[in-house]
Design a protein around this ligand. Structure first.
Ligand code: ADP
Ligand code: ASP
Ligand code: MG
Length: 439
């Protein structure tokens, strides 16, 4: 079994859906195709929810109307027969009626998740009609029937595997399956999602669940690049990454991959390929167990970081003190990204301010606490980077004008992380592109 995931831009136009249909019928291996919502749709759905939360009914209605018009004209180009267009219009009716009804119900977290799920539900149903038109045999399998979160809001791989295998077994003659990325049900059985960009995660979870031969992520660029192409002018695609390298890049901001989507594929040792729908013959990037080469491979940046500086002249390195600090973060389910220590202080970074006030209040009972907001983590990733001659010298020579506030080095052999004020992010990525990658 092969998994092929197509992102928003890959299904965002009728001609792209045509391209996707060609790519998925090229191979003889049974295939599960995971689709995102059409590009822009999830942003619009977030806009609808935000407007409802602010009781801005008119704002919500205006986004719904614009989106509906987009879908009505999309299907005119996608489908030729009146019969299929009527079926597509009925699908659009159903989903937009739901969106319009939300104006009359008060917004809850569960309703918000229902709204966000409409994009993937529509893209897969419309794509299925397109396959019907092209006489391509397939089965549409609903992600809401097998993608599950556990009580800790983490994907429950055992349950996903069990449910998905039962669904596949009910279609013994089918070789092509279409399903939704991003959406799932939580432990309470409500509609939920895997967070923004979550279709990559769906693909990797399905790959692990069926022990696929490969998990292909088809997007709008020819693989993982050495730097963020939205920020610097010249970037190059990387041929091969290890699972660990790719996981670090995804977690620390390389938008091409969802932050935690590598672990399921890694657990089953399934190669992940990053490929370009607009340029299918490009080599792309393969992510597997072996790193391929030694040395610096890429840099990524993660914004919205908060530094928490904890100082205590008396008892910092006394045993038990670090445990007390970590327990506070654990209590508020707030993961720590970076950490550095000295004799009198510990600094950590977090990426959520949801419980910041409570965390600061509790830490203040045992130490003095300072907060720096609007920070960015810049992470340089490469195999055995820590042992590679002159990387550190080149790095710090390149960025000597940047006020680095924290450094994390040696935690793993493939990562150096720096913390800096977000206003320096663009400059830093540009300087590193020149100094470390000669681009
Ligand atoms: P999709 O909708 O297919 O999931 P995304 O927009 O989520 O696509 O991810 C692809 C985008 O990620 C690219 O268009 C690119 O701008 C951005 N990106 C950021 N960092 C990187 C990187 N290091 N390599 C490649 N793409 C990157
Ligand atoms: N449609 C969702 C989003 O835009 C999931 C995805 O595209 O991966 O975040
Ligand atoms: Mg994405």
């Amino acid at each position: 079994m092969k998994i092929m995931k197509f992102g928003g831009t890959s299904v965002g136009k009728p001609e792209r859906m045509h391209q996707v249909s060609q790519l998925i019928t090229k191979n003889s291996e049974p295939t599960i195709v995971v689709l995102s919502a059409l590009s822009g749709t999830t942003n619009s759905l977030v806009g609808i929810s935000d407007a409802l939360a602010k009781l801005d009914k008119q704002g919500a209605i205006s986004i719904i109307d614009t989106l509906e018009k987009h879908y009505r004209s999309f299907i005119l180009d996608l489908l030729q027969s009146e019969e299929l267009r009527a079926k597509a219009n009925a699908i659009i009716d159903e989903h937009f009626e739901f969106l319009k009804i939300t104006q009359r119900i008060s917004l809850s977290d569960a309703l918000n998740k229902d709204i966000l799920a409409q994009g993937e539900l529509m893209s897969t149903k419309l794509f299925s009609l397109y396959l019907e038109q092209e006489k391509i045999e397939h089965a549409l399998i609903p992600a809401l029937e097998f993608m599950r979160l556990d009580a800790n809001e983490e994907p429950d791989l055992m349950v996903i595997r069990e449910k998905l295998n039962l669904i596949l077994a009910a279609h013994p003659t089918k070789k092509l399956f279409i399903t939704q990325g991003y959406i799932c049900r939580n432990a309470k059985g409500e509609v939920d999602n895997l967070k923004r960009g979550g279709s990559d995660y769906t693909a990797s979870l399905i790959a692990a669940a069926v022990k696929a031969s490969v998990c292909e992520i088809w997007t709008d660029i020819d693989g993982m690049h050495n730097n963020d192409p939205r920020v610097v002018d010249k970037t190059i695609a990387i041929e091969q990454l290890s699972f660990d390298e790719a996981a670090e890049l995804a977690y620390f901001g390389a938008k091409i991959l969802h932050p935690t989507c590598i672990w399921p594929a890694q657990q089953e040792n399934i190669p992940v390929k990053l490929l370009n729908t607009m340029e299918p013959s490009a080599a792309g990037t393969v992510i597997k167990k072996e790193a391929g080469t030694v040395g610096v491979k890429a840099v990524a940046a993660k914004d919205g970081i908060i530094a928490v500086k904890i100082k205590s002249s008396r008892m910092l390195l006394a045993y038990g003190f670090l445990r007390k600090i970590f327990e506070v973060f654990e209590k508020y389910k707030t993961p720590i990204d970076m950490i550095t220590t000295s004799e009198v202080a510990v600094s950590v970074t977090i990426d959520s301010d949801l419980h910041l006030a409570e965390i600061v209040a509790e830490l203040s009972n045992i130490a003095s606490v300072e907060i720096d907001k609007e920070q960015t983590i810049v992470t340089i990733v490469g195999n055995e980077i820590a042992q590679t001659a002159s990387v550190l010298k080149k790095l710090f020579d390149a960025i000597d004008e940047v006020p680095v506030t924290m450094v994390s080095y040696g935690g793993s052999s493939h990562n150096i992380s720096l913390l800096l004020p977000s206003t320096y992010k663009t400059k830093t990525l540009q300087l590193i592109n020149r100094g470390l990658f000669n681009l």
